[in-house]
Design a protein. Sequence first.
Length: 147
Amino acid sequence: MRVWLIGLMFLALPAWAQVSAEKPWSRATPPGAKVGAGFMQLKNAGAADRVVGASSPVAGRVEMHITVREGDVMKMREVKGYDIPAGGSFELKPGGAHLMLMDLKRPLKKGEKVPLTLRLEKGGELKLELLVEDLGARAPATAHKTH
Ligand SMILES: [Cu+2]
């Protein structure tokens, strides 16, 4: 009887998205730099969800960017969100989609962990830490000075 009741409880649960972030990382920034970046692999074990915002205590604000080709030039563009399909994934990587940490309050140092919160449309808040790697680690092909 008890087993049966638990089974019913599971059926009654809404199909919440279950998004997790794998290997979130960032790059060290030179002194005086005002922007940093955030990369990770977002995995979704549940229903489709969408990243609708991000924030970090080290940045004035965090924007969601994608990289688009315009002729021969790669440019970054701010977007309103990242869709993560049901049972799928979304990759943030150099040269592609990335989080942009704007108005950095201090330089990011190699080896430290930077707290970051993602806001999901359905899944609530996802708190994670970006591990800061080398200044030149897998540098994106895009010029960030296009901002
Ligand atoms: Cu950017």
